[in-house]
Design a protein around this ligand. Structure first.
Ligand code: URA
Length: 433
């Protein structure tokens, strides 16, 4: 078999065999297929697409390229949740303990933030002492004992995706449904959970900019996961404006704690209740409507919050900051961004707001950049809100005083104003099972 022939076949719009896809993935991981041939094939896939069977084969080959966790010893209610990325997206911090409080088993690996999107692992690490690296024995023992652990991705999970994603990032081949779907689902299959709930975000802060594009991706991922024997659910959610009020690591933990204590911003709460209901419904084979009152109950009675504390304590973190978030370290500077005019906020570019939070120190531009966990943004006004000239739209937090004016300008540039009240946007577009 020759890589040249595989590239040519896909370039000409033909379907690759399972053997050809396996040849490509194993060769790319062991180095016998060079980057230039892998990037040529990705570009051919970008233009020619893949059939569902090819995408499934690609996903399975990538999932099997490294370690695959077997969670069968943890029972049949193991559930994972994945977001395709967003700004202010602290949903995992809420839904993982909610699902565990309801009897689901959450043995989950999460990622770090990159670019304008945040990552759950960074948020958890902003809790003093919290360890995101556990040995496999520690991970399984904790899940058996308290039903929940969220850790960083283990070293040898889906090496094919690690290499391919980095390559796609620099060869303009990221935005391809079969390539995104195989990248995400290979990681979920290797993670081992039986039930998988996907939050496919759409809008200015997301990877898919329209509900139609998000739906195409969601359907592809549900189809592949189902073919691979997992119980799949996808929900398409609005990420046109940041989710909730806070962006930045400690700020987002504080907001997730608010939701777990029965409060929090309405949009974040609604998305969390929907996703946690879908996680429960998948594990216990019931309708999401039946799950919803149970989710609300564990938010109201504090048992989901206690689950978060149990996980934080088991992973070495300080639970005092969760009981009293004012104990979190405070940033040196805060700065209020004022509205330059009156009217309504008709649009807020979430990606630009996310980049402004990175400028303040809340995220990293390159993989190994340090993070200031205290840095971030609180949005006091969002899309749809009325504003008067001089109202505070956002508060910026940072230790880097010299970054404040740049971040302030970015926030102001990200906002569009109107004289008329804009129409309400949907928060949850569709559930796909
Ligand atoms: N997230 C991933 O993990 N992979 C992609 O290809 C895109 C988003």
């Amino acid at each position: 078999m020759r890589m040249y022939d595989i590239i040519k076949k896909k370039r000409d719009g033909n379907e690759l065999t399972t053997e050809e896809i396996n040849f490509f993935i194993s060769g790319y991981v062991d180095g016998s297929v060079p980057d230039y041939q892998a990037s040529a094939l990705c570009m051919a896939v970008f233009f020619s697409g893949m059939t569902p069977r090819e995408t499934t084969d690609l996903t399975l080959a990538m999932a099997k390229s490294g370690d695959m966790l077997d969670l069968a010893v943890l029972g049949d209610k193991t559930v994972d949740k994945h977001s395709t990325g967003g700004v202010g997206d602290k949903v995992t911090l809420v839904v993982a303990p909610v699902a565990a409080a309801l009897g689901c088993t959450v043995a989950k690996m999460s990622g770090r933030g990159l670019g304008h999107t945040g990552g759950t692992v960074d948020k958890l690490e902003s809790i003093p002492g919290f360890k995101v690296e556990l040995s496999s024995d520690e991970f399984f023992a904790q899940v058996k004992e308290i039903g929940i652990s969220v850790i960083g991705q283990s070293g040898n999970l889906t090496p094919a995706d690690k290499k391919l994603y980095a390559l796609r990032d620099v060869t303009a081949t990221v935005e391809s449904v079969p390539l995104i779907a195989s990248s995400i689902i290979s990681k979920k299959l290797a993670g081992g959970s039986r039930h998988i709930v996907l939050d496919v975000t759409c809008g200015s802060g997301a990877f898919m900019k329209t509900p139609a594009a998000a739906e195409e991706l969601a359907k592809a991922m549900v189809e592949i996961g189902t073919m691979a024997g997992r119980k799949m659910t996808a929900v398409i959610t609005n990420m046109d404006t940041p989710l909730g009020v806070n962006i930045g690591n400690i700020l987002e933990v504080k907001e997730a704690v608010d939701v777990l204590k029965g409060g929090g911003p309405a949009d974040l709460r609604e998305v969390c209740v929907e996703i946690a209901s879908l996680m429960y419904a998948s594990c216990f084979d019931c309708a999401a409507d039946e799950a919803r009152p149970k989710v609300l109950k564990v938010l109201e009675d504090g048992s989901a919050f206690e689950k978060l504390k149990a996980m934080v304590s088991a992973q070495g973190g300080d639970t005092a900051v969760l009981d009293d978030p004012s104990l979190f370290p405070a940033p040196q500077y805060s700065h209020e961004v004022k509205s330059p005019r009156g009217g309504f906020i008709s649009h807020m570019n979430a990606e630009q707001v996310g980049i402004a939070s990175v400028v303040l120190g809340a995220g990293r531009e390159k993989k190994d950049d340090p993070i200031d966990y205290k840095a971030g943004i609180s949005l006091l006004k969002k899309t749809g809100d009325a504003v008067a000239t001089g109202d505070t739209i956002a508060v910026l937090y940072t230790d880097a005083e010299d970054k404040i004016s740049q971040a302030e300008q970015m926030i102001l540039d990200a906002i569009e104003f109107s004289n008329d009240e804009p129409e309400d946007e949907k928060l949850i577009y569709k559930v796909i099972v």
